[in-house]
Design a protein around this ligand. Structure first.
Ligand code: SER
Length: 585
């Protein structure tokens, strides 16, 4: 079945089963806690929580859509057989209309009857501390004759929430075999039973104080990748071997490495759709994602892996092929072309110098890579692409951490300029701009005490604090130590801090004269200017004192409030001084 027919079949099927068809929302979501639209359910969030009434807005409790979606989390995977940045997600949704039985029956009927495809196997949620096993879904699948039902854990088959909070729940996924004999997940059916007042990371970390709450009306949110469905239906070995990509791949010279062809085809689609939804190339947020895609494909042009005119003709192809279903592409066609030209112009000016510079450097370090980004506008992917083996030391994590560090430096610059005004808290060590930030900074502050103590336990008493700086994003801790920490040491320190968190130790505060406090063995900062009487903050219980430090607060009352502690970076700060950056989840 060609992709246009598949889209039609999806719409007809769900409309015929009492769903209101809702147009795709923009790739730029109205929910400010998410950068880009990553799933069909996003535009429906308020209907799950009861804030909006589906019957009033759609005349039905059940809807379906084909949603433009974009996942940056998959960007490094693009080039393989199943991953994309931009993709189309077919989905049906119910806000109290139907639940597990109807959902599974609909999915089964669509795949096996409408698409006439065999199901390879399905998965269900095996249960966790918080949620019981989804036995009901297994029984429904069995009743339909699907007996290969595999159990998976919370990482794989528990969906959501997206953004800072939202609906979530166990899922059942459908796998089909592609022409290469590989099982590919094509449909994910989420049973939104809960609301979680935090992010997915917080949920997986089991953040104290944040519990799953039952949703007033359990809802359904399903998502099926159109590209993957087309792959199975067209008996293709990978998503690029479908009519959705054929014309794009074919416009590239035959000799180009297939992986590069896929990246170019994926990115060109992404660029066109992002531009059509109003994203413009820039150095932050969605604009930066667009810029990265654009520059990556432009580098292939500049290095003559592909001819210069090819991108524009691929852009034209995307607008033409997808314009019927997504008319915004036709409407914005001129803007799309002009914006791409403008970006090409900007990039072209510095790219050559950047490439020369890159050639000059031997092995490239993370800070070299960042300098190449800052001076010549070469994004991570481009540096990896042109640098090849020379960039083996440059990882996505390392580069992102460097990026973050520089953003912090520029933010710190702004704070200085404005004299720190507008900050709710600024002790010199701790900075918070709002109540919400204050809460995170407080957790990070106690975590920093635990870190200090853990470092001494692992590396010995010669470890001495040399400075710390805490913002809502992270804690940065400098300490005296003569060499780089091994990954084993880092893991041990992290483990110890998490041990102290999990022990749920109490934070106790005692006021003492300075001398006495120092004699008590409490740690203090050699450069600190302390008053006559000081406060000693102790973490521990009747059996164990984990940490004891002179401090002015603020701190959490119990260590479990900190959540999960994670070291993101260890590096040299100056001679003999190491620097650790850590976050709490
Ligand atoms: N929200 C789920 C997903 O993205 C199902 O639509 O997989």
């Amino acid at each position: 079945m060609d992709s246009a027919t598949i889209r039609k079949q999806c719409i007809q099927f769900f409309a015929g089963q009492g769903h209101t068809i809702v147009p795709s929302s923009s790739l730029v979501p109205s929910d400010p806690s998410v950068l880009l639209t990553t799933a069909g359910m996003q535009q429906f969030k308020p209907y799950y929580t009861g804030e909006a009434d589906p019957e009033k807005d759609f005349g039905s409790k059940n809807t379906a859509s084909i949603q433009k979606s974009f996942r940056t989390s998959d960007i490094d995977e693009v080039g393989d057989e199943t991953h994309l940045t931009f993709f189309e997600m077919v989905g049906n949704f119910s806000f109290g209309g139907y639940f597990k039985e109807e959902t599974i029956k609909l999915a089964h009927e669509f795949i096996t009857k409408v698409m006439e495809l065999p199901i390879s196997y399905v998965t269900i949620f095996k249960g966790s501390d918080m949620v019981p096993k989804d036995e009901e879904s297994r029984q429904i699948w069995n009743s339909l004759g699907v007996n290969d039902v595999r159990e998976e854990d919370i990482q794989d088959v528990f969906w959501g929430p997206t953004g800072n909070s939202g609906p979530c729940g166990p899922t059942t996924e459908i796998y089909c075999k592609n022409a290469a004999g590989k099982d590919v997940e094509i449909w994910n059916c989420v049973f939104n039973q809960f609301f979680y007042p935090g992010s997915r990371e917080e949920l997986l970390a089991g953040t104290p104080g944040k519990e799953l709450e039952p949703l007033t009306t359990p809802g359904v949110d399903t998502g099926m990748g159109l590209e993957r469905l087309a792959m199975i239906s067209q008996n293709a070995k990978n998503i690029f071997d479908t009519d959705l990509f054929h014309p794009l791949i074919q416009s590239l010279p035959a000799g180009v490495d297939p992986r590069k062809k896929r990246i170019i085809a994926d990115h060109v689609r992404g660029i066109v759709f992002l531009l059509a939804d109003g994203v413009r190339p820039s150095n932050k947020g969605a604009g930066y994602i667009l810029r990265r895609l654009a520059r990556r494909v432009m580098v292939y042009e500049k290095t003559e892996i592909i001819p210069a005119h090819v991108i524009q003709s691929m852009v034209h192809e995307v607008i033409h092929d997808y314009g019927e279903f997504y008319p915004e592409l036709l409407k914005e066609a001129d803007v799309i072309r002009t914006e791409i030209e403008a970006e090409r112009g900007k990039f072209g000016k510095t790219l050559e110098r950047g490439m020369k510079e890159l050639e000059k450097i031997g092995q490239i370090s993370v800070s070299d890579a960042f300098r190449l980004y800052e001076t010549y506008g070469l994004p991570y992917e481009v540096i990896k692409e042109i640098g090849g083996e020379k960039t083996d030391d440059v990882t996505r994590e390392g580069f992102d951490a460097e990026f973050l560090k520089h953003q912090e430096i520029s933010r710190a610059g702004v704070e200085k300029k404005f004299g720190g005004h507008g900050l709710l808290l600024d002790t010199g060590e701790l900075k918070a701009g709002s109540e919400e930030e204050l809460k995170i900074v407080t957790r990070l502050h106690t975590a920093t005490h635990l870190l200090n103590a853990a470092l001494r336990k692992v590396l010995g008493d010669s470890v001495e604090q040399r400075g710390s700086d805490i913002t809502a994003e992270r804690t940065r801790f400098d300490f005296l130590f003569p060499r780089k920490l091994t990954s084993d040491e880092i893991a041990k320190v992290e483990e110890l801090v998490n041990y102290a968190i999990q022990k749920d130790f109490l934070m106790t505060i005692q006021e003492l004269p300075l001398d006495e406090a120092k004699k008590s063995g409490a740690l203090f900062f050699y450069k600190g200017h302390y008053p006559e009487r000081v406060k000693v903050y102790t973490v521990g219980n009747e059996f164990e004192t984990f940490s004891k430090e002179l401090c002015g607060g603020p701190h959490v009352a119990r260590t479990s409030e900190i959540g999960k502690f994670k070291i993101v970076k260890e590096e040299a700060s100056s001679a003999g001084v190491r620097r650790i950056r850590a976050i709490v989840l």
